[in-house]
Design a protein around this ligand. Sequence first.
Ligand code: ADP
Ligand code: MG
Length: 776
Amino acid sequence: MTRAARPTAAPAPADPAADPLDEPLERSVLRGAAAEKVKQALGLETVGELLRHYPRRYQSMGTLTPIADLRLDEVVTILAEVVTVGVRQMRSRGGTMMNVKVTDGTSSLDLAFFHAQRVRHLIQPGRRLLFSGKVTLYRGRRQLAHPQLVPLEGENDDEAAARADRPLPLYPATGTLNTMQIRKAVATVLGVLGDVPDPIPADVRARHHLMPLREALTLVHQPDGEADWRRAQHRLRFEEAFVLQTALARRRAVDRSGAATPRVPTAGGLLAAFDERLPFTLTSGQVTVCDEIAADLARPHPMHRLLQGEVGSGKTVVALRAMLAVVDAGGQAALLAPTEVLAAQHHRSICAMLGPLADGGLLGGDERGTRVVLLTGSVTGTARRKVLLDAVSGDAGIVVGTHALLQQSVEFGDLGLVVVDEQHRFGVEQRDALRGKGRSGTPHLLVMTATPIPRTVAMTVFGDLEVSTLRELPKGRSPIATHVVPYERADWYQRTWARVAEEVAAGHQAYVVCPRIGEDGDVSEAGPDAPGRGPDGPGGPGGPDDGATDPAAAPADEDRLRFDDDAPPPDEEAPRPLRSVLEVIEELRANPALAGLRIELLHGRLPADRRDATMRAFAAGEVDVLVATTVIEVGVDVPNATAMVIMDADRFGVSQLHQLRGRVGRGADPGLCLLMAPSPPAERLVAVAGSLDGFELARVDLEQRREGDVLGQRQSGTTSSLRLLRVVRDEEIIVSAREEASAIVTADPDLAGHPVLARTLTDLVPQEREAFLDRG
Ligand code: ADP
Ligand code: MG
């Protein structure tokens, strides 16, 4: 394999000594002990790291109130001098209690502190401080219990009043370092900090009215008013977007300069033969996207394209046409699916669509045809050896599989195209591992996702990909009626099963989806976007088909979330037991309304052959009702299935519910989806019941999710470089930053004229840098 010349992947770093932000804390003004403490508690080692430990939020102490005017239950701020301090041991509660009497010169007030070791040194007779808290009554006297406090040094009353108005930064603190200590360390460092190099070029700053970095660092930590920290945050947020977009723009530039073999289908070849067989005409959306892809494939640089479209929008046909074009041109295509069920289904449906064209090289096969093989973890022994041989010899034009395709033993004769289905379950590394198997240049890449991705998320999370979207569904698709069924209504509950029986009586089939399997040591199979997975444990990315996916698809480290305090409050009610596959199937088999129906179960812990057999039986109409976990979430296609009941629907995310219900109504008959949940129904269930527009639902979904979930596994490498930016909220910033970044990279691909920006890029966390360097 040869690597073509391309821009150097790593911009040359400027002299690090030039940047005071890189100065280790212990060599700066922060004395050894203080620096050590910051390092121990927060893991921050340099001046820059400390200053980029931004306040989590700001609190204003507010207008000063004279002590005489204090009213019960009000939150107040007073300026007062300490008169006496008494510390006593508390017998009943253990620990110490500090009672302080303060005066504002006119009246006096009691303050009480429990376990006050941390502030004790600040509260000494004669000292003046600002105290802020709620006025309570204790033994008939007004007091402030545990007030916030700001010590004052020689400030006069006017200055103290101004100080009370000033927003107080509150930091994400730890047990050993509190907000006040962080504030002090930051003040010490800022006090002597000179100018700092700014990764945002001056002209960009000017165009977007952004303050210089030095000023932003001051105002984000020491604002005089709300406007200060808001402007500072805006500038720092822009910087995050700008640096990330520059990295992505460079990635695109590197990708585009890489070499790939152009793949142009031969006239009258396999693709043409396939088009002749196609039982329907492509929608105009499909035609447009097919053209875009064909143009990409014909270029001598690798395609990087994301194909998004609702479930059933016809992505598979589009992808198959791309694969056939490559096969026609003498290459091979690999299709990577997230689960065995899906891989097997892709293999089946590709073979079905190709008909005799899939029997290439076999007696009776079409001479224009090719061979389509399947490789998953459960293909072993002789069968596996045969598949590997077909792949390496090039006899198999199309190789479909799971993570098993990534193994080193899998080689291709001439891999020209990698198609990745359901991208959000794969990391960049995984898809690149497969692309590394190309022999003549880098294979083209097509990523398919059924989760509609709003523009800014596409720009941030998939910023290195061109995006094609299928918006219309093929004609003849029936709408899905969705209703919420409250558990509390026993009559509706029974009616639900009667409806299922009616569907079956009409010759159709039904799914019943449960969030749990119901075995010992069970975990929820609700997928990655389920809100409040709560006590049932993670069903992280790669979770829904747990038993079937390879361990490589380990759940993302979800503790890397930022701004945990912005997260929706945790479910406080006692967790109710969730319905499980094993329990529900018992219940349904015993339900007289469903008597005589063939009811089977499907979940990720069943052996793969058993799962496949059940799925095949369901597809063949030999099973009436399939009780399953979210293994059926993605892509499973049985047009005769018209009804779906989702148990504990409130445990699933919006996008997931939308995906799930996409399994019904795939044929000519109208689909029905019943969402079972406790009353009153959660807002998002109402949203799902009220809309079939995947893009609108994706927005609802994003608004309800935390940023870490939005960025997910894919972006976990850069998580630590995005502190303030919120992908959902900051669309305008991301769009402007992307434009500026693209312009800079186009004009100056190696960032020779932007040394500070170049160095900031190399400071991105290691995984990100590696992903960045290793590409191609
Ligand atoms: P997706 O992969 O986007 O979920 P598929 O490609 O699996 O969608 O298509 C869903 C179903 O619609 C398949 O049965 C497919 O054969 C069919 N289909 C695809 N494109 C068209 C079309 N243009 N007209 C009619 N049916 C179509
Ligand atoms: Mg599909």
